[in-house]
Design a binder for this molecule. Structure first.
Ligand SMILES: NC(=O)c1ccc[n+]([C@@H]2O[C@H](COP(=O)([O-])OP(=O)(O)OC[C@H]3O[C@@H](n4cnc5c(N)ncnc54)[C@H](O)[C@@H]3O)[C@@H](O)[C@H]2O)c1
Length: 337
């Protein structure tokens, strides 16, 4: 049986990944290490907490000794690092925690992985490490890193550390760099669930700048299958870009949400732009496709409907998440017009 340490498995992508593994790969033990920050929620793992192949541990990736103990106790053979501070807007308000978790936390995991002879270290990274594109071109794995926000700078720092551990000490690693994800269990500070949540409550939909920022959207399940492919078939020391080939402006995405929910575009409210906002991301996933035979299975048009319907059917989840703390954060971010 494979024994995998998944970090950040109570967050959005991590919990979708844990659900996928436990549902589709009977030969895996998943040890799920998550410190349960505001973004981590055990409700994301409902129905899987007591699964015999799942062990949830509340703990911090910065605690190297704790990680080493888990590796010994569960005979871990690979580590997938999802744990991170993940929201660009928050990184503009409080960059320090992004360095703590994303850089120092990854370093602690790398040291533990090396000391314990872990077979594969998979770092879940982002296309944001490449910076911003104009109206043409796509990021490839050879695009130089040029991060623009404290979030993407911290993720780029972590990527460099992972490569350095491979180069200097032979740690067997992979890095995946994925475009924007959407789907069930995403915290409503991120654009798609935020817009769904507000539209449902007939609240204004805050749109940054001119709303023409372009992102390449990937349904979260397809990101999870890509990570599994890389873990099980990726060549050690390789980086793989993962994307949906689904470029959309923010206004296009919001238009689809309004249409599905039968709400009026008068809810759209333009707000002061995010400083240093990257204009466009687009990712070339041809290496994943040609070398590992991976391809996305969910089109944006299908995925957005599934996502909206999921939020409609899981109103209780949303209600619990949108707590007083979140409301305070929301007001501080979007009150300045
Ligand atoms: N969301 C996206 O669109 C996207 C795209 C590409 C890559 N990524 C990357 O994927 C990963 C997961 O993203 P997400 O959107 O699921 O994030 P998320 O914010 O929803 O979840 C992060 C999880 O990490 C946990 N965590 C934070 N600090 C921790 C610490 N010190 N120790 C242990 N656990 C800790 C949180 O409790 C939470 O459960 C991140 O590394 C992110 O950079 C995200």
């Amino acid at each position: 049986m494979n024994s995998i340490l998944v970090t950040g498995g109570a967050g959005f992508i991590g919990s979708n990944f844990v659900r996928m593994i436990l549902s589709e790969h009977a030969d895996c033990l998943v040890v799920n290490l998550d410190s349960l920050t505001y973004a981590g929620n055990l409700g994301n793992l409902e129905g899987f907490m007591d699964h015999p192949q799942h062990k949830f541990v509340k703990g911090d990736i910065c605690d190297g000794a704790g990680v080493e103990k888990l590796i010994d106790e569960y005979k871990i053979d690979s580590i997938i690092n999802f744990a991170a501070e993940s929201h660009v807007d928050r990184s503009l308000v409080d960059p320090g925690i992004f360095i703590e978790t994303n850089v120092k936390g990854t370093l602690a995991l790398l040291k533990a992985a090396l000391d314990k002879g872990i077979g594969r270290f998979l770092q879940v990274s982002t296309d944001e490490v490449y910076g911003s594109l104009g109206s043409e071109g796509m990021f490839t794995e050879d695009t130089p890193l040029s991060p623009n926000s404290p979030y993407s700078a911290s993720k780029a720092g972590a990527d460099h550390l992972v490569k350095a551990f491979g180069h200097s000490w032979g740690l067997e690693y992979n890095i995946t760099r994925c475009s924007n994800n959407y789907g069930p269990y995403q915290f409503p500070e991120k654009m798609i669930p935020l817009m769904i949540n507000n539209a449902l409550a007939d609240k204004e939909l805050p749109v940054y700048g001119d709303g023409l920022y372009v992102r390449d959207w990937l349904y979260v399940y397809d990101h999870c299958t890509a990570i599994w492919k890389v873990l099980t078939e990726g060549k050690p020391g390789e980086i793989y870009n993962v994307g949906g080939n689904n470029e959309k402006t923010n206004l296009e995405v919001i238009g689809l949400i309004l249409e599905r929910l039968g709400k009026d575009s008068s809810l759209i409210t333009y707000v002061k732009d995010r400083p240093g906002h990257d204009r466009r991301y687009a990712i070339d996933s041809s290496k994943m496709m040609s070398e590992l035979g991976w391809a996305p299975t969910v089109t944006f048009e299908e995925g957005i409907v599934r996502t909206i319907d999921w939020y409609l059917e899981n109103a209780k989840w949303l209600e619990t998440i949108v707590s007083g703390e979140y409301e305070k954060y929301y007001d501080s971010m979007y009150s300045g017009r």
